[in-house]
Design a binder for this molecule. Sequence first.
Ligand code: GAP
Length: 516
Amino acid sequence: MAQQEDMFKKLISHSKEYGFVFPSSELYDGLGAVYDYGQNGVELKNNIKKYWWDSMTLLHENVTGIDSAIFMHPTIWKASGHVDAFNDPLIDNKDSKKRYRADVLIEDLIAKYEDKINKEVEKAAKRFGDAFDTQKFLETNPRVLENEAKKKELHERFAKAMNENNLEELRQIIVDYEIVCPVSGSRNWTEVRQFNLMFSTEMGSVADGATRIYLRPETAQGIFVNFLNVQKSGRMKIPFGIAQIGKAFRNEIVARQFVFRMREFEQMEMQFFVRPGEELKWFEQWKQTRMKWHQALGLGEKKYRFHDHDKLAHYANAATDIEFEMPFGFKEIEGIHSRTDFDLSSHEKYSGKKIQYFDPELNKSYVPYVVETSIGVDRMFLSVLAGSYGEEELEGGDTRVVLRLPPALAPVKLAVLPLVKKDGLPEKAREIIDRLKFDFRCQYDEKDSIGKRYRRQDAIGTPYCITIDHDTMTDNCVTIRYRDTMEQERVPVAGLERIVPEKVSMKQLLKQIAKS
Ligand code: GAP
């Protein structure tokens, strides 16, 4: 665990040192849970967004995109339920004066039981080697069974309290399980209270009677209120989807874990409109489609898992998360929800306008049902970074930090490095960049030894480096070096146009999802 935390700290400082993520307003000592993306971070983030957007809108003929405004009519948030129910249960520790989410304190304890079980399994697997039978061990080991029983009991009590919105019971669980404040170490807790997560501001001048509006806490509502616009103007037939990427804002109280939980973040959401009664079939289909999207990145199949919700939101009839193994455990990066006709029906009610679809095959009108896929760009970014980060011992006692980023997502695809700063080598390097820069991002670097330059590129995940040496001037060949294997080979300059895109192009990645 300490090792994992250590690794997470390294990842955060690496992100800063190499221009991926900076704390926002750092000059003024920062602003809680708000971050800026640096020169490499913005490229990685844009590539993630492109991967998602293209997979949605190119691979699915019936998914189209929009870009709706952040500010929306305030009644939208009444209709969506956010004004009344977008709350977190909060509890304060009276000694440290720190505020926590009561559900997170309990979930952390459940995760501790899980950790204990996993540690027992790891220990035993080491001891017994090939002969180890995980399933049998899980079913028979007394310590595992004891922790499993404690976990189950706590889990059931917690799920019931959450489902019933029972704040007193949440507090009682914290008391009964003797959960302490991580800062003061005491159990001196306040009551549990609900806290609305939406940010609000005012539109128009106060003298005129300003309207209180909200910064959207999800992009989804911009899609729902444009359902008819898109359906009619695009002559869309059900089933079809609307995709959107954009900023969302939540006044998170427990804002920690770097870009995992932010107050300003970005979402990539797709609402898929289907016939009533067909939603669970589509829910299953989108679950599989989205998992393939993640796994095509090659960060390791075991790093992802589904986690079905215990507590279904009042509007959902099925919901699951895709979780990724972060340095701080398996965590949600994407939610897939079957949202029934809740949102569209509610907007019908609040706006007083019909939001229906005439199905020519059924010869009747209905309010469509919705299956939603919703992923946070920043969490996805963190998963890619964490899944790619590696520290390696090299021959000769040297070490390197390497980001084994999926090549299509890497901020820089090719580094062009003249061996020396003279004899026409820099000019030759520039000439190569001028030829290739239209197809992918190249970076020129002539400073320091070639070894140091390789280390810098490894640290930002550049899949290819080429060195220009004196022979290049006569044979028009360069030495290409591969990030992951560090192998080098001599290739003609003309071959780069084929070699590099083979791995780095988004097209290759998309083809992989399409065939899997
Ligand atoms: N429209 C559904 C919706 O917003 P959600 O589970 O609240 O569902 C969807 O959010 C995704 O948005 C999450 O899986 C996560 O990736 C991302 N997300 C939510 N809150 C976030 C936060 N405070 N910081 C970063 N990402 C967040």
